[in-house]
Unconditional design. Structure first.
Lengths: 112, 112
């Protein structure tokens, strides 16, 4: 069945470091891809999305590009801040459906 | 604007007991979803309401789980009788459109 695989955490970085969180998916076809973020004590929030191959989603300095050749949607940020500390979830959704298929989440800790 | 709220935030019950989780979606959101995250694994879809109707309940694990949405407003998820493997975090989400689902902070259920 369809699945999403994320790198295991926690990922610990110093402030202003470059961030990459890897995400790959297994699916027959081209679903839409998403990154959600969960800050401590809060619900998940949509961070960015890409609905077709080669699209780049971006928000709050984060970016991810839909790569169909490598079935990947890696999350990047050039300079992380302490406030970016959270759990990041990669997910896919098929057209015509309303349900996400999530990865296991990657916890990011940014140290001052 | 109030976000998605869930009650209780944490519930500890014994195996065989009954628990009811409540979700209040964002006002005006016709779509309401339940998801579950077990033991740090991926977040899994349980079901989807459109107003008061169940649109997709393909993720419900078994008939010990019963979800209702009264008058298309708040929703409850009842687990009866609870088993140890039901422990996890139950998330509720709501949306007006497919892609941007707003998640609540979750209810952590512990079955002992």
């Amino acid at each position: 069945g369809d699945s999403v695989t994320q790198m295991e955490g926690p990922v610990t970085l110093s402030e202003e470091a470059f961030l990459t969180i890897n995400c790959t998916y297994t699916a027959t076809g081209y679903p839409s891809l998403f990154w959600y973020v969960q800050y401590p004590g809060e619900g998940l929030q949509l961070l960015l999305k890409a609905t077709k191959a080669d699209d780049k989603g971006s928000n709050k300095g984060f970016e991810a590009t839909y790569r169909k050749e490598t079935t990947s949607f890696h999350l990047e940020k050039g300079s992380v801040q302490v406030s970016d500390s959270a759990v990041y979830f990669c997910a896919l959704m098929w057209g015509g459906t309303y349900k996400y298929i999530f990865g296991t989440g990657t916890r990011l800790k940014v140290l001052a | 604007e109030a976000g998605v709220t869930q009650f209780p935030s944490h519930s500890v019950i014994e195996k065989g007991q009954t628990v009811t989780l409540r979700c209040d979606p964002i006002s005006g959101h016709d779509n309401l979803y339940w998801y579950r995250r077990v033991m740090g694994k991926e977040i899994k879809f349980l079901l989807h309401f459109v107003k008061e109707s169940k649109q997709d309940e393909s993720g419900m694990p078994n008939n010990r789980f019963l979800a209702e949405r009264t008058g298309g407003t708040y929703s409850t998820l009842k687990v009866q009788p609870a088993e140890l493997e039901d422990s996890g975090v139950y998330f509720c989400a709501s949306s007006q459109v497919r892609y941007e689902q707003y998640f609540g902070p979750g209810t952590r259920l512990t079955v002992t």
